[in-house]
Design a protein. Structure first.
Length: 535
């Protein structure tokens, strides 16, 4: 159960702390006081999407903290919501919001006040039915999903092949040609830079040779060599008398040796210089071939080589598709047959679950004041889709003498409220430890309201049930009652017991909390609730 709930700056609620306890917990107060915000806090703890417009005026952040007692263990959950983000915490550790949904989704069920609109949706009713499938039905649903996915994959392959096989074969020929042309050229990564350097050298071989010859002539000039030798001898003579000059003499000696080596390297470079016109022609042809590839496949050699890799991959892909083309129609036929077979199994399971749901819901409706209600969940065949081959509709009539109709055509709010409760009870809402109902008692009163109060009290046996209600007949059956009171832009939440609870029920009865007659009626209601719980 929810052992403690703290809410801060959530809409109108500036600061509230609840310790609701087990059983039925009624949340009451005037319209617009902010009762539903408490269930909004519970939704946040359950991992529902945070609405940033719910951040109150008392700060930049809305805070919700909850402590749950589950199977003898304590779990603390928190949400922090600002105008730009939402953060979630489990046991004090920051966690993904999805972790809250995974942990508390199976624990907390919330039934909204507009749930009758949802029950008018085929998709929503199908979801309720599917959640009630037995083990065989769950296996059938899993088998259908698998069969549908396999058929979808085959359809994607067929679409990739296309309707014109010859077009695909032409694309294969082109991809193969492109890949072969690039591969046959034999270019390697970086070869374009090396080729450009080679061409520059071959095209200007004569100029390079003349420059090398001139350089060698200057370096090998005897006068220059004698000048360096004479300078070195003079420095060494001076160093005899001034040892500090030894370092300079050493540097000059090294320079002279380096100049000698450079002269030799220049000579070798001149000797190695290639003057072969055939080599120049070959390099020119190679560069022309690269230019041709770049015009077709990319602005650089890297792009050309990448295009070739892609062409090889595309050719292999088309080859695979063409290999499958002849057999894909027979594969599709088998896959479609598997979908049909799985759909039939799933439909039968849904009809079985729908029948059981309708019978249980009818029993709840009779306990809620209907003498001869008619509730049925129709499972009708449609074209197969991702969720099966069924249209699932909820139809209802308040009496067997009336023609059952889809939920969306029912006019009475009171009938809708009781139908919502009955369907959710039948669908297993009582299987979770914490259940919350948000004003599902709209449009009912009198003995029907008493019946709903009893039903909710029975549901709360062994679990915790929250109900936001305007009906004193419902609130009187609660084990705990909280009242939400608004003062301008701020709402406060407080528990009511004893005389305060009598006053609140009297206010709900007739708007006169101080009326002795109203308090007398309130006391009678409380006595009914206490007697029911005791019985």
């Amino acid at each position: 159960m929810l052992d403690e709930l703290a809410v801060s700056n959530l809409g109108l609620i500036a600061d509230a702390r609840l310790e609701p306890g087990p059983g039925l917990v009624a949340l009451t107060g005037e319209t617009g006081a902010g009762k539903t915000l408490l269930l909004g806090a519970l939704r946040l703890l359950r991992g529902d999407t945070a609405r940033t417009d719910r951040v109150g005026p008392a700060g930049d952040e809305a805070r919700v903290d909850g402590r749950f007692l589950l199977g003898g263990e304590e779990l603390t959950v928190a949400r922090r919501v600002t105008s730009s983000r939402s953060r979630a915490y489990l046991d004090g550790t920051m966690s993904p919001v999805g972790a809250l949904a995974e942990r508390l989704g199976p624990v907390v069920e919330i039934v909204g006040q507009h749930e009758h609109i949802t029950l008018g949706s085929d998709r929503a009713v199908r979801g309720i039915v599917d959640a009630s499938l037995d083990a065989e039905g769950r296996d059938a649903a899993a088998a259908y999903r698998s069969a549908w996915a396999a058929r979808k994959a085959l359809l994607a392959d067929r679409d990739a092949i296309g309707g014109d096989r010859r077009t695909l074969e032409r694309e294969l020929d082109l991809a193969r040609h492109q890949a072969r042309e690039i591969e046959a050229a034999g270019f390697r990564p970086g070869e374009d830079d090396a080729l450009a350097a080679t061409l520059g050298r071959l095209r200007h071989a004569e100029e390079i040779a003349e420059a090398l010859s001139a350089a060698h002539g200057h370096l090998g000039d005897e006068g220059a060599e004698d000048a360096l030798g004479n300078a070195l001898d003079a420095l060494r003579d001076a160093a005899i008398h001034d040892p500090s000059l030894d370092e300079i003499a050493g540097r000059l000696a090294a320079a002279a040796a380096e100049i000698t080596e450079v002269a030799a390297d220049v000579r070798r470079a001149a000797d190695d210089l290639e003057h072969d016109p055939g080599a120049l022609e070959e390099a020119e042809q190679r560069m022309a071939a690269l230019g041709d590839l770049r015009r077709k496949y990319g602005d650089s050699l890297g792009e050309v080589l990448a295009f070739g890799t892609d062409a090889e991959r595309r050719a292999a892909e088309i080859e695979g598709l063409l290999e499958r083309a002849d057999g894909i129609e027979s594969e599709l036929a088998r896959a479609s047959a598997a979908v049909t077979e799985a759909a039939e199994r799933l439909s039968e399971s849904r009809r079985r679950a729908a029948k059981g749901l309708a019978e249980v819901a009818g029993g709840h409706l009779r306990e809620l004041g209907f003498e001869h209600p008619v509730v049925s969940i129709a499972v009708e065949p449609v074209e197969p889709g991702p969720s099966g081959a069924d249209r699932v509709r909820l139809v209802f009539a308040s009496d067997a003498a009336l023609e059952p109709a889809p939920v969306g055509r029912i006019a009475s709010g009171g009938e809708l409220s009781r139908l919502v409760l009955a369907i959710h009870l039948a669908a297993g809402v009582a299987d979770v430890p914490v259940v919350a109902f948000d004003e599902i008692d709209a449009g009912i009163g009198g003995s029907t309201a008493l019946a709903m109060g009893r039903k909710l009290a029975d549901l709360a046996s062994g679990r915790q049930v929250f109900v936001v209600t305007h009906l004193p007949q419902v609130a009187a059956f609660a084990d705990t009652q909280y009242v939400v009171e608004r003062d301008g832009p701020v709402a406060a939440v407080r528990p009511v017991t004893g005389e305060e609870r009598l006053a609140e029920l009297a206010r709900m009865l007739g708007g006169l909390p101080e009326s002795e007659q109203g308090r007398g009626h309130a006391a009678e209601l409380l006595a009914l609730g206490e007697a029911h719980r005791a019985g």
